[in-house]
Every structure is written in structure tokens, then in C-alpha cells.
Design a protein around this ligand. Structure first.
Ligand code: FAD
Ligand code: NAP
Length: 313
């Protein structure tokens, strides 16, 4: 029986692991389906994590975190979790992607979020062949070339700025004429010469040939416009990864809000004793590395109290 199962190895899960193991829990496993680090490893720059200054990428930031946790005894299983099941005695079964089932006294879920797609023609067909959701991963392929970027949030604008340093020209396509990104970032966009704003416009079709994307057709306020660009980067928000909390009957094991975010209190406790939710997947998440890490610390400490009580009752 595990003291604590942590689902997800982003900033929230890793920090929960650090605090739980360093605080005395012995048998703690973090399940991560990919490489630990989470979505911030896709970011080309991070300048708002306290104490971190200079030109560092999200990957640079996250590289030391797993090793720090392992030093205190956190075990890491590179496996996807399919389902967290609540048993009658209040413990949890962790259904793993490899078919095995582990049992845990407590669970911290920090499965974060994944990129949304818009749904225009060619988007799926050309994904990985010109359509991308990661500028750090794919931006270099368009060195000296033109690209389009879709979205008006912090991610779209920050990644447009990153791409503008590599690419010849960046066409920023946004469906409104105001941005939800932070004002400072909007200002930087407006002051970047090789970024052209295409506002009140929506992507209609990405097209290409056997080699990949050659252009994007957008619907504008005046009709249609073709953007000749071999790269099309989509940053239109993210979906909450709450599937591990789904029961076979389609309901969830704990309370969620209408957006699929897990309802927690200030101790990251969900409606189920012993189950904690952290980071981007919880209600009112600021969706920041620093807050995800903060949630993980809170949940790790709370899990220690919960397990202590459970073992001594
Ligand atoms: P995530 O980072 O999403 O980590 C969740 C982890 O869980 C992932 O590694 C995933 O593989 C794993 N996982 C999911 N489902 C399962 C499963 N079933 N089984 C096993 N593992 C699973 N924040 C800032 O503070 N500053 C920034 O400058 C900034 N820039 C950003 C730029 C980009 C391009 C993006 C996408 C985000 C940015 N953010 C930034 C937001 C920040 O990355 C997130 O708020 C933060 O990573 C959330 O951490 P998390 O641990 O909650 O989730
Ligand atoms: P977001 O804030 O939800 O923005 C999504 C953008 O995509 C919006 O501009 C939205 O347009 C647009 N959009 C959504 N659906 C669309 C569609 N179907 N077609 C066309 N456009 C569409 O998502 P995000 O930028 O990924 O940011 C997510 C969270 O992470 C935010 O809380 C953000 O602040 C945070 N984050 C922070 C930083 C940072 O602190 N430096 C960096 C990155 C992300 P509308 O505006 O019209 O709705």
C-alpha cells in the first residue's frame, strides 16, 4: 500500500512529491506519462518565476526538479494513470496504463491541461507537418521563413514574440481586436516590427502539399485572406486533464465545476477525503508555475497529516 500516489509530474506533482517525502512519507510514487516537468517545458522563456532571472527556458527551469525530489525518496513511475478509483474503505486503486493496479492511502492529482484545437479544415491533417502547438519544439524549422500564430492570450503572444526572433515574419491571427494577454506583452507585440496583427479574423483552412503546410486562409471582417506561410502555430487555450477522475458510469469521483476544474478548498482538499487536486486543474487556478508549485507544497503537507491520522486511527 502506498502512502501517497501523485498523478502527474508537472510543477504541482513534483512539488507535492518533494514536500511529502521530505516531510516524512516513505512510500510515495509519482506517475508521469511523459518526461517530468509539465507543460512549462514547452515555454521558450520564463521571467515570472521568483528568483529566476536571465534568459532561461521552461525546460531549463524544470530540469533540476525531479533529481531534487528523488534525493528525498520520491519514486517515479513512467506510466500513464488511467483511473483513480475510490474504494469502500476510503483508500484508492490507481489503475495504470500497463494494466497493473496499485493501492494508495492518499492521492494528489496534478494532471494539468493539454492544448485545444480550433477545428478548422486541415488542422488535424497537417498536425506535425506545419501545424504545431509548440514554438520551442518546432519554431526552429521555420528559421528565416514566415509563420502564422493563432490566439490572443499570453501563450499566443509570448510564443509569437519568440517566433519573431527566429522567423522572417509572424502573422498573429486573433478573432477579436483586443487581447486577453497581459498589457506588457501586448505592448511588446505592438513594438515588434516583423509581427503583423490580423485582427477580427478567424482561421478557415490550412492548406499545403505533400511536403506540408504552404498557407493559411483566414476569414477577416472584409472577406478572406491567404497567408503564405509554411508554419501555423495554434495557441487557443487548454483543456483540463480530469479523465483520471472519471468513473465507469461517466460521473466523477469528486466534485468538479462546469469547466471540468476540480473543486478544492485552501488545503487543496477535494470533496473526497484523502484526494487532493493541484495546479492548473483546480478551480480558480492562476495557471502559473509558481502557484502550481505552491499547490503541490500545500497538498504534500496535507497528505502527510491525512496519512498520519489514517494510520493512527
Ligand atoms: P502541467 O504542467 O500540465 O503538468 C501535468 C503533468 O501531468 C504533465 O507532465 C502530464 O504529462 C502529466 N499527466 C497528465 N495526465 C496524466 C496521466 N493520466 N497519467 C500520468 N501523467 C499524466 N506559467 C508561468 O508561471 N510563467 C510562464 O512564463 C508560463 N509560460 C507558459 C508558456 C506555455 C507555452 C505554456 C503552455 C504554459 C505556460 N505557463 C507559464 C503555465 C504553466 O506552464 C502551468 O501553469 C503549469 O505548468 C501547471 O503545472 P501543473 O503541474 O498543474 O500541470
Ligand atoms: P487563454 O488565456 O485561454 O487564451 C486563449 C486565446 O485563444 C484567447 O485569446 C481566445 O480568444 C483564443 N481562442 C480560443 N478559442 C478559439 C477559437 N476556437 N478560435 C480562435 N481563437 C480562439 O489561453 P493561454 O494563452 O494558453 O493561457 C492559459 C493560461 O496560462 C492563462 O491563465 C494565462 O494567463 C497563463 N499563461 C501565463 C503566462 C505568463 O504568465 N507569462 C504565459 C502563458 C500562459 P478570446 O480572447 O477571444 O477568447
Amino acid at each position: 500500500m502506498l502512502d501517497l500516489a501523485i498523478i502527474g509530474g508537472g510543477p504541482a506533482g513534483l512539488t507535492a512529491g518533494l514536500y511529502a517525502t521530505r516531510g516524512g512519507l516513505d512510500n510515495v510514487v509519482m506517475y508521469e506519462k511523459g518526461m517530468p516537468g509539465g507543460q512549462i517545458t514547452q515555454s521558450s522563456e520564463i521571467e515570472n518565476y521568483p528568483g529566476v532571472t536571465g534568459d532561461i527556458t521552461g525546460m531549463d527551469l524544470m530540469i533540476p526538479w525531479p533529481e531534487q525530489c528523488q534525493k528525498f525518496g520520491l519514486k517515479h513511475d513512467m506510466v500513464e494513470v488511467k483511473k483513480v478509483e475510490l474504494l469502500d474503505d476510503g483508500t484508492f486503486n490507481i489503475h495504470r496504463g500497463d494494466g497493473k493496479v496499485d493501492q494508495a492511502l492518499s492521492v494528489v492529482v496534478g494532471t494539468g491541461s493539454t492544448p485545444k484545437f480550433v477545428g478548422f479544415a486541415g488542422e488535424n491533417e497537417y498536425f506535425g507537418r506545419g501545424v504545431s502547438t509548440c514554438a520551442t519544439c518546432d519554431g526552429f524549422f521555420y528559421k528565416g521563413k514566415d509563420v502564422s500564430v493563432i490566439g490572443g492570450g499570453d501563450t499566443a503572444l509570448e510564443e509569437a514574440l519568440y517566433l519573431a526572433k527566429i522567423c522572417k515574419k509572424v502573422y498573429l491571427v486573433h478573432r477579436r481586436d483586443t487581447f486577453r494577454a497581459s498589457p506588457a506583452t501586448v505592448e511588446r507585440i505592438k513594438n515588434t516590427e516583423n509581427i503583423e496583427l490580423i485582427l477580427n479574423s478567424s482561421p478557415k483552412e490550412v492548406y499545403g502539399d505533400a511536403m506540408g503546410v504552404t498557407g493559411l486562409k483566414v476569414t477577416t471582417a472584409d472577406g478572406e485572406r491567404d497567408i503564405d506561410a509554411p508554419g501555423c502555430f495554434i495557441f487557443v487555450g487548454r483543456n483540463i486533464n480530469n479523465e483520471v477522475l472519471l468513473k465507469d458510469d461517466g460521473s466523477f469521483i469528486c466534485d468538479l465545476n462546469d469547466q471540468g476544474e476540480v473543486i478544492v478548498n485552501l488545503s487543496m482538499k477535494t470533496s473526497v477525503p484523502g484526494l487532493f487536486a493541484t495546479g492548473d486543474m483546480r478551480i480558480e487556478a492562476p495557471k502559473q508555475v509558481v502557484s502550481a508549485a505552491g499547490d503541490g507544497a500545500v497538498a504534500g503537507i496535507q497528505a502527510i497529516h491525512y496519512v498520519d491520522k489514517k494510520l493512527n486511527s
